[in-house]
Design a protein around this ligand. Structure first.
Ligand code: B12
Ligand code: SF4
Length: 491
């Protein structure tokens, strides 16, 4: 079947019936094992990309939204176009969902991180692909579909061939979340991108190490509009302080709102007392900081040598503590100089420093990142495309490490989590003054740590894609594709 033709005839049919053009937006889950009833609760937050797409649709376009993590998708419900946001972990599931719609003759458009960083693959499963930020192209895309003349690729590049970064003036339309039960935390975006170039990070690849923020007054207005009493706000920027002067201006503007917030930052903010004071005064409860490694060689290899600036992690943590900011430290393992001792050093450091919580994960080569390209060039990837391979499961190591085998790397990450979340460590960390200054925070400290202790291996083994799905993936020319074990999808 020619799906473009199907898409066109759909719109023509609707024009005859004078029904408004309808777009169905779908947010895919990562995966489901056979018989799995409930999806991972801690991942069920409001999906902001979906709300951004909804906000960009012209007013006369009907919209509906299905969150694959929370509900069944009614594939037979009439619609003119389906829009799916694709991340690397959700790619396989996104292709399954797309195939369901496309076999019913409904055209599909895909965008997001994986679409931007792996376009050749994503294009096989949709009529149109959006490379880069939706703001740059969605109005044009909708117009093209309504007129029956869709393009295969939507992207806007400048003379330097870099993706053009559109102004971030549109605010997300959260009305589409009505009736869906998300975690009680508000997600708000201040900026996108980061000026650093850590080799494993999809952010720097997607945004070419640039950083762009929304008009501060727009964000303040949005917070006033969406805040709920006592609800925590999560600023979803990957590095809130990538542009320190802008971050300070932002924090000054939100200070009078009296909110409580958390976010993610790089270590550089720890060496700016004015920024730390502003964080505290504007309601910051704690931040995730990517310490990644204590090994200078590993930091060098990941292009994150800046983590050793001005006294490095220990000094940074002392500065955060001075301002009573709680720290969620993240560590990654599997760089070429890592040895069994590396894990022990990181865990002991995180305990000695009284971190609120910490994550100990192996590196994951995401397509489109320098890490992925290096692993591929060195012939160390274990799958052609781990994110599509039926043998691959969440938290498996998709490459060959240097000083240990992949099972040992995986086991040592689990052991590191176990050591950090032992009751002995929890009690020891709880004595840090930052955690017991407020009674409800002290209570939360134990609750959150207990939840992490319980969840040490919680998601390990989750398949990517829905293992209960028995359909066939449909390629863009209508040929059925079957997933095969070497990860490539063959006709
Ligand atoms: C908040 C967040 C979470 C939240 C969940 C969010 C939710 N709603 O469920 C939590 C903490 C649970 C989480 C979990 C995970 N996350 Co996360 N997360 C983020 C974060 C920080 C913000 C996402 C966001 O809302 N951004 C704001 C929106 C507006 O931006 P956007 O997604 O880029 O969308 C724009 C464009 O990409 C484009 N676009 C996006 N989709 C589409 C679709 C169409 C049709 C179109 C036209 C355009 C389009 O238009 C949008 C507007 O311009 C991002 C990093 C970041 N700053 O973006 C990481 C990020 C998306 N997460 C990532 C990862 C790896 C994960 C985990 C796998 C981590 C883990 N190992 O456990 C899990 C997977 C969970 C899942 N997918 O179910 C990676 C994905 C990398 C990749 N290559 O795919 C990111 C990019 C972080 C990173 N540093 O690499 N995450
Ligand atoms: S500092 Fe954080 S967001 Fe920025 S490139 Fe490094 S890992 Fe990515």
């Amino acid at each position: 079947m020619n799906h473009y033709a199907a898409g066109k005839s759909n719109s023509n049919a609707h024009a005859v019936k004078a029904r408004p053009f309808r777009v169905t937006i779908v947010h895919p889950c990562v995966g489901r094992s056979v018989g799995m009833k409930k999806y991972i609760r801690t991942w069920q937050m409001e999906p902001i990309p979906v709300a951004m797409i909804a906000a960009l649709l012209p007013a006369d376009v009907e919209r509906c939204f299905y969150d694959d993590r929370l509900e069944e998708i009614p594939y037979d419900e009439p619609t003119d176009l389906v829009a799916i946001s694709v991340e690397t972990y959700t790619a396989k599931r996104a292709y399954q969902i797309a195939s369901e719609y496309r076999r019913r003759g409904v055209p599909v458009v895909m965008g997001g991180f994986h679409a931007t960083l792996c376009p050749d693959e994503v294009m096989k499963y949709c009529e149109s692909i959006v490379i880069g930020e939706a703001e740059a192209v969605v109005p044009e895309l909708i117009d093209d579909y309504r007129h029956g003349s869709p393009k295969r690729i939507y992207e806007k590049r400048g003379d330097d061939n870099q993706l053009i970064r559109p102004p971030m003036t549109v605010s997300p339309d959260r009305s589409i979340f009505a009736g869906k039960k998300y975690l009680p935390i508000r997600l708000v975006e201040f900026a996108r991108g980061c000026r650093f170039k850590c080799d494993f990070c999809a952010i720097q690849s997607y945004f070419s190490s640039t950083h762009n923020h929304r008009p501060i007054e727009t964000v303040v207005e949005e917070i006033k509009r969406v805040r709920k009493p006592r609800q925590l706000i999560f600023f979803i920027d990957d590095n809130l302080t990538s542009n320190l002067p802008a971050a300070k201006e932002f924090m000054r503007a939100i200070e009078p709102l009296g909110i409580r917030w958390v976010s993610q930052t790089a270590i550089n903010v720890a060496f700016d007392d004015e920024a730390l004071a502003l964080m505290k005064r504007s309601g910051c409860q704690g931040v995730l900081v990517g310490f990644e490694s204590l090994e200078p060689e590993a930091l060098k290899q990941m292009n994150k040598g800046f983590n050793l600036m001005k006294g490095g992690p220990a000094q940074a943590l002392a500065n955060f503590r001075k301002f009573n900011l709680r720290i969620y430290g993240t560590f990654i393992f599997g760089y070429d100089h890592d040895t069994p001792l590396t894990f022990e050093r990181s865990v002991n450091f995180a305990i000695d420093q009284g971190m609120f919580i910490a994550a100990f994960n192996h590196i994951t080569p995401f397509p489109g990142t320098p890490l992925y390209d290096r692993m591929k060039a060195e012939g160390r990837l274990l799958y052609d495309a781990w994110w599509l391979d039926d043998r691959y499961r969440y938290n498996m190591i998709p490459y060959t490490p240097k000083n240990m085998d992949s099972e040992e790397l995986a086991d040592r990450c689990v052991k590191a989590r176990r050591d950090f979340y032992r009751w002995r460590s929890i009690f020891r960390r709880s004595t840090d003054r930052v955690h017991w200054r407020r009674p409800w925070m002290f209570f939360n400290f134990f609750l959150i740590n207990a939840m992490h202790q319980w969840d040490i291996e919680g998601r390990n083994g989750l398949p990517l894609g829905d293992a209960n799905w028995s359909g066939k993936l449909i390629s863009v020319d209508g040929t059925n594709l079957t997933a095969v074990n070497n990860g490539s999808l063959s006709v």
